[in-house]
Design a protein around this ligand. Structure first.
Ligand SMILES: [Mn+2]
Length: 202
């Protein structure tokens, strides 16, 4: 087996433990799946896409500010893992306000910010995050059908709008294998949604 210690150091192990600690007891929306599964999934996508250790660490911590601690959490991440990791985490958070602003407004702000993003590391972590979410949605939509949407604060049509807008925003910011993969998953999600709702869309 090739040696990967040149890429992943103790700092990565620390980030893994830190992410598990920060999200302890959290589950994926409307499920009993530990939130850590999402963070590991995003981290795996980043590493498989050729991401650096700092990008992989940012992947593990990308939801820590938004979901677990706001500005104070971002300062702690900067102290422990450095400026580069903190910058990616900050760019991947669609809000650090509490309570969060309304859904549509928050997403529109995030999309506007994404279109203008030029940092390849941030784009890689952000695309891996959205790809992992879209893949989970598609898988669960196949399993449970329309009741899936009860998990989310925004209805199905809004989610479809958001995922298509994400693909367009990533395309505007720059191409990449993760974006191509995201587009294929979103295409499939739309196809399934149209099929299941053909009686209302005709
Ligand atoms: Mn996420």
């Amino acid at each position: 087996m090739a040696d990967s210690s040149w890429l992943l150091s103790r700092r990565f192990d620390e980030a893994l433990a830190y992410a598990a600690h920060v999200h302890e007891g959290h589950c994926r929306k409307g499920t009993t799946v530990p939130y850590l599964a999402h963070l590991l999934g995003v981290c795996a996508l980043v590493l498989e896409d050729g991401g650096s250790e700092e990008e992989a660490i940012a992947a593990l911590l990308h939801d820590a500010v938004e979901d677990a601690g706001g500005e104070g959490r971002l300062r702690a991440i900067r102290r422990r893992f450095g400026e580069r990791v903190a910058a990616i985490v900050a760019a991947c958070s669609d809000t650090d306000e509490s309570p969060k602003p309304p859904w549509r407004e928050r997403k529109q702000r995030y999309l506007a910010h994404l279109v203008a993003e030029r940092d390849p590391g941030t784009l890689r972590v952000a695309a891996a995050d959205k790809l992992h979410n879209a893949t989970a949605i598609l898988r669960d939509y196949r399993r449970v059908g329309e009741s899936l949407w009860e998990r989310f604060s925004a209805p199905a049509a809004e989610q479809m709008w958001y995922y298509r807008a994400l693909v367009d925003a990533f395309r505007a910011a720059g191409e990449g294998p993760l974006v191509g993969e995201l587009e294929r998953v979103v295409d499939e999600l739309e196809r399934l949604w149209r099929t299941l709702n053909s009686y209302t869309n005709e």
